[in-house]
Design a protein around this ligand. Structure first.
Ligand code: FPP
Length: 222
């Protein structure tokens, strides 16, 4: 009998701004719709038996966006990490990947830190899909921090020692990387974990990414 490894899908949720502009709405409305669609995609991924869903919520490069847009996206993270009842009903364990809150360059405000910690704690007992939200995340920063930790521990630099010092060592290799909105770039997302990933490019803006799209991504891996 072959036992399939739980599927790991990672999404670069692009195109919220263009989705909003095409409807004459402010960019923030696009992000709001994007967060709502993410909640729907989480439900669909659970239904499809996806084991790990990792999403790019905010990158280390996103801090340069206009302050009001950044504030809005931070608020949406508070909202997402606040969906504890929903996550518990779905048996989803939520976690976060990003620059450690106490690292010198990290900028995550305390209210977002609190929401993240509470959600991780309140869903820790769930055994179904693992939803990992990348917030203040950059793949290069993660790799540099891992290599520094390997050297500080006096270990040889090997794939195994780097694995052990990533932000979330338990995160399995990515099977399929999804990028929406017609862009075909990896954008510093999960550079190590995604090294062997297949890539599903979708023309849909993230708020329109739907079940058919998700099924196409899953089919790439199965
Ligand atoms: C890209 O859209 C998306 C982001 C900058 C971050 C993703 C954020 C969300 C989906 C909203 C909430 C998500 C979470 C996890 C709470 P863009 O603004 O770059 O779109 P554009 O390229 O069309 O301008």
């Amino acid at each position: 009998m072959t036992v399939e490894r739980p599927l790991h899908i990672a999404c670069i949720m692009d195109g919220n701004g263009r989705w909003a502009a095409s409807r004459d709405l402010p960019r923030t409305a696009g992000h709001t719709a994007g967060e709502e669609n993410l909640a729907e995609i989480v439900r669909l991924a659970v239904d499809r038996d996806v084991g790990w869903l990792t999403v790019f919520g905010f990158s280390t490069e996103n801090w340069v966006r206009p302050r009001s847009e950044v504030r809005h996206i931070l608020g949406l993270h508070e909202k997402l990490f606040g969906r504890i009842q929903e996550l518990n009903e779905l048996d989803v364990r939520i976690q976060w990947i990003g620059r450690p809150f106490d690292s010198p360059s990290a900028r995550t405000p305390r209210y977002v830190q609190r929401a993240i910690r509470k959600a991780i704690n309140d869903t820790a007992g769930n055994t179904g899909m693992v939803l990992t939200v990348a917030f203040d995340y950059g793949g290069r920063a993660e790799l540099m921090s891992a290599v520094r930790a390997v050297r500080a521990a006096g270990e040889p630099v090997t794939p195994e020692s780097i694995d052990k010092h990533l932000y979330l060592p338990e995160l399995p290799p990515v099977d399929v990387m999804v990028r929406t909105s017609g862009e075909q770039r990896v954008s510093n997302f999960l550079l190590w974990q995604g090294a062997g990933a297949k890539i599903h490019f979708s023309d849909a803006a993230w708020p329109d990414f739907d079940a058919d799209d998700l099924d196409r991504a899953i089919a790439l891996a199965r």
